[in-house]
Structure formats: structure tokens, C-alpha cells
Design a protein around this ligand. Structure first.
Ligand code: PLP
Length: 365
């Protein structure tokens, strides 16, 4: 086993011919981090009770309660779409609405799952600078109409770190949740990259969640280095009533739950999750700094987590793709999104920058 778990390099070696080249397309291109993999092997040592009635699941939930410094209720599901849409469904009746940013994953990338699992709750999208909601935008959405013909606003969902890689400060979170409370709304947080936000702000997970008024957090494991899985964390336990049934009905109750839970135990011990997130953030910062130093291509958002959004000249974008680089251009507000995962090697960034140097001289100016 140890041959797999020593370091990033042994985890995903790049060959001379560029096979196994790391990409910037998504942080879910990365493999399983060593600590999660080790825990997975340990969980495979023998039999265990099924459907979450096992030691690994108990330990993972207890670790999360320690990390968040509160007696929260924890559920493990397979992916972020399920986590978000089931959590939102738990907060809503079918005639309610959910205020979210126009770029929210729940709106743009979940194939209508929040509406489906809530049996019809409507997402009310609002714009906001740098991928973030503001109290004013929420008030506008909530007070737009007050009549019986409009779906009644019930939840605010915000994404931390946001879809464009920015982060909400605790003050911004407090202001949003105060506004939400004022209008009787619950606060849900899509934390697919919560680890990156915590690492970026260097604050406690509690200060960035329940102490800032978040009722339910979908804490992303996958992009953090787990093989699969997200934790749905209810800080107000009353909101979790019957949530286990919701998970089961949606096909999200793993019978061998220990294999979803054990990787959490692995990464939460000794702060490995934060170390990986810090590394990913640092790689993104380095990439952004170097792009800004070497080119005049606009960076579209402040780099506050593990994403860099850059506007490549069209020919450069084409040529980078021709040289084998892959990245998304459909996320956020246009431009190319360059993601750094927990496993991003400095050498990958150097390689990319060499190509950038060759292309920026000729075709960009
Ligand atoms: C990746 C991601 C998710 C989860 O996506 P799944 O593919 O369903 O696991 C949720 N929210 C955001 C902002 C994401 O980037």
C-alpha cells in the first residue's frame, strides 16, 4: 500500500512523455489523497455493520462535531448534487422558493435536482459581484412580490468558496444570515470547496458556518481528496427530522457506509484536509501571480481559493488546448477556469507557464 501513499508524486507520477499529465479542468480530476486511501484500506480490514451503524461512520460524525465545535447532526451522501438538493428539500415545502446566485451550482449544474427533490420549490436567482450574494439582493428577491401567486421565499443558499473562487468573509456571512432571519429564511451553504475557504480565511470552521448563521452545510469531501462523498451537516438538529428517509428514498443511503465515512476520518485527523486545501490554494495563487507577471491577460476574479479565471486571447486558448491542456470555459462569467486540486504539482504549473511564455510573445499582443 505504501507505494501509493507517500506523496503527490507517487500518487500520480507524470511520465516523460506527458502521460498522466495533470490538468486544470477541475479539482475532481485529482485522485484520492493518501490519508483518505489509508483509512479506506483500514476500513476494509474486516466486516462491519451496514447502513451507517458502524464504528467508522460514528467516528467520522464525531470528528466533524469536534471540527465544528458543536453537537451537529451529520449525514454522508455520494455527491454534491444530492447533498444540496436533499438539504434544500428538507428546508422547503413544494410551494417555497430558494434565493440563490445566478451562478450557483444548484441553479446551473444540478439538472433541476433541487426542484425535483423538493417537489417543485423554485430557485429565485439574483445577481451579485464576484459570484456572491448580498443582503440587498436577497431583500430585493424576497420583497419583489408578497402575494399568493408567487412562491414563498424560505431559504437562502450561498456557495463557500463561490463558483468563481471568491470567499465570503464572516462579516458578509453574518450580514446575509441576519437578513435571512429578518425575513424568516433558513441559510444553506454549498460547501463543495468549504475546505479551500477555511484554508484561505484561516478561521475556524465554526466561525464560517453556524456561528455566522448557517443552518445547514453541505461539506464537500470529493474535491478535498476523498474518493467520493459529501457530508450534510445540520447545525439545527430539528431541521434534520426524517432526513435519513429522504436520503434512503433518493438512493443516497450507502449500505457499506463505512467506505464513505472512513476517508473523512483519515483527512480530518491531524488537519490533513486543511493542509491539502492550503496547498491547492497556494498553487492557484502562484499560477495567478505568474500569469499576471508574464502576460496582460485579464484575471477575471480575485484569487481567494483554488480557482483562477483568466481571459486568454482566442488564439492562445486554441493553442493551449492543442498542446494538450484542458480547462473549462462554461463556468462563471466566461473566460477560462483553471482549477488546482490537492494534488497539483508545482512542476505542472511550471510546464503550463512555459507554454504560456511561448504563446504570449507571439499571438496575444
Ligand atoms: C463540484 C460542486 C458541487 C458538487 O457536484 P457533484 O458533481 O454533484 O458532486 C456542488 N457545488 C459546487 C459549487 C461544486 O463546484
Amino acid at each position: 500500500m505504501n507505494q501509493f501513499v507517500d506523496s503527490i508524486d507517487s500518487c500520480c507520477p507524470e511520465t516523460e512523455t506527458g502521460e498522466n499529465r495533470q490538468q486544470f479542468a477541475s479539482d475532481n480530476y485529482a485522485g484520492i489523497c493518501p490519508e483518505a486511501l489509508q483509512a479506506l484500506f483500514a476500513a476494509n480490514a474486516g466486516q462491519a455493520h451496514s447502513y451507517g451503524d458502524d464504528e467508522w461512520t460514528r467516528r467520522a460524525a464525531d470528528r466533524l462535531r469536534e471540527v465544528f465545535e458543536t453537537d451537529c447532526d451529520v449525514y454522508f451522501v455520494f455527491n454534491g448534487t444530492a447533498a444540496n438538493s436533499l438539504a434544500l428539500a428538507a428546508l422547503c415545502q413544494s410551494y417555497h422558493s430558494v434565493v440563490c446566485h445566478t451562478l450557483a451550482h444548484a441553479e446551473t449544474d444540478e439538472c433541476g435536482a433541487p426542484e425535483f427533490f423538493s417537489n417543485g420549490a423554485k430557485l429565485l436567482t439574483v445577481a451579485g459581484e464576484q459570484g456572491k450574494l448580498t443582503p440587498a439582493a436577497i431583500v430585493e428577491a424576497v420583497t419583489r412580490r408578497e402575494d399568493i401567486h408567487y412562491p414563498k421565499p424560505k431559504v437562502v443558499t450561498l456557495t463557500q468558496a463561490s463558483e468563481v473562487g471568491t470567499v465570503y468573509s464572516p462579516d458578509e456571512l453574518q450580514a446575509i444570515s441576519a437578513t435571512a432571519r429578518q425575513y424568516g429564511l433558513r441559510v444553506h451553504m454549498d460547501g463543495a470547496r468549504f475546505a479551500n475557504a477555511v484554508a484561505s480565511l484561516r478561521l475556524s470552521p465554526a466561525d464560517l458556518s453556524w456561528r455566522a448563521g448557517v443552518d445547514v452545510l453541505c461539506f464537500g469531501g470529493t474535491k478535498m481528496g476523498l474518493p467520493v462523498g459529501e457530508a450534510v451537516i445540520f447545525f439545527d438538529r430539528r431541521l434534520a427530522e426524517d432526513f435519513a428517509y429522504r436520503c434512503k428514498q433518493a438512493g443516497q443511503l450507502a449500505s457499506k457506509m463505512r467506505f464513505l465515512a472512513a476517508p473523512w476520518v483519515g483527512v480530518l485527523e491531524n488537519g490533513h484536509w486543511l493542509r491539502h486545501a492550503e496547498h491547492a490554494n497556494a498553487m492557484a495563487r502562484r499560477l495567478a501571480t505568474e500569469l499576471a507577471r508574464r502576460t496582460d491577460w485579464p484575471l477575471l476574479f480575485p484569487v481567494q481559493s483554488n480557482a483562477v479565471f483568466v481571459q486568454f486571447p482566442p488564439l492562445v486558448e486554441q493553442e493551449l488546448r492543442a498542446r494538450g491542456w484542458s480547462f473549462y470555459t462554461f463556468i462563471g462569467a466566461g473566460g477560462a477556469r483553471l482549477m488546482c486540486g490537492w494534488d497539483m504539482r508545482p512542476a505542472t504549473i511550471d510546464h503550463f507557464l512555459r507554454d504560456v511564455d511561448q504563446l504570449s510573445g507571439s499571438s496575444s499582443r
